[in-house]
Unconditional design. Structure first.
Lengths: 113, 141
């Protein structure tokens, strides 16, 4: 089961994916993202903080959406994957291809020497 | 009931991806019942079984939900073995993971993932039944 909540910031569309992203849910996600791109969204962010489980079809969807956003001169970003999902991205070496944003400890640059 | 106490569990599912959550729940429950806590890669094991079930449904049965997929779980003292049985034509396991595989391919990662997360993955075809066997060794106490 996948719940998708989307919000729009300028030309960036953020999708919060809650639950599982497997062969069952992938067509639904692809449809939602492609619809957003047809409405003019260029950059797509998939917020994975609430995503518990992803399979190889889910990884395939990331690749497909990565290509689709590049073609539209935008980009795909995967945000805050949980450790098990980050491990899967590394295992399949997709972390070298896909844009991944992990919230590290906030670095306050104004306090740097 | 918070745990299943049995050395061997056999369940026959309709060959539909609808039952994937039930397949994962069953395996998760078996691992949770491993009181020594020696099965530490829970998400890897769940993923391997999930991928094997998807392959059985999609490639074994070509989506025909009328054909059953059986799941056999044997929780032994040294290892956990999970077998996924379908009635398809079978397939040959590639020799090794292809390190040069196209990173931008949209498919073809299932077997590689299974082999990476399990200690042993094998496939056997006999009497019209294809059996994919997934083994995870248990760590030392």
């Amino acid at each position: 089961v996948l719940h998708i909540r989307g919000d729009v910031r300028d030309r960036v569309r953020v999708f919060h994916l809650e639950g599982t992203l497997t062969t069952v849910e992938v067509p639904f996600l692809k449809r939602e993202v492609r619809a957003a791109m047809q409405e003019g969204a260029r950059d797509i962010v998939l917020d994975l903080a609430g995503t518990e489980f992803i399979d190889s079809a889910g990884l395939g969807a990331f690749v497909a959406l990565h290509k689709a956003t590049l073609e539209a001169k935008g980009r795909l970003t995967l945000k805050s994957p949980r450790p098990n999902i980050m491990a899967l991205l590394e295992l399949t070496r997709l972390h070298r291809v896909l844009g991944i944003e992990t919230p590290g400890p906030a670095l306050d640059r104004t306090t740097l020497p | 009931m918070s745990e299943i106490r049995a050395e061997r569990i056999e369940v026959r599912f309709p060959g539909s991806s609808r039952y994937l959550p039930a397949v994962r729940a069953l395996v998760r429950e078996v691992i949770a019942g491993d009181e020594d806590g020696r099965m530490n890669d829970v998400s890897g094991i769940l993923l391997a079984v999930h991928e094997a079930f998807v392959n059985a449904v999609r490639h074994g049965h070509h989506g025909d939900a009328g054909q059953a997929v059986s799941l056999v779980v044997e929780d032994g003292p040294e290892c956990l073995e999970i077998r996924v049985l379908d009635q398809g034509a079978g397939f040959v396991m590639p020799d090794a993971l292809d390190d040069d595989s196209d990173l931008t391919s949209e498919g073809g990662r299932g077997l590689g993932i299974m082999r990476a997360v399990m200690d042993s993955v094998s496939v056997e075809h006999a009497g019209g039944i294809t059996t994919v066997s997934l083994v995870k060794n248990k760590g030392r106490l």
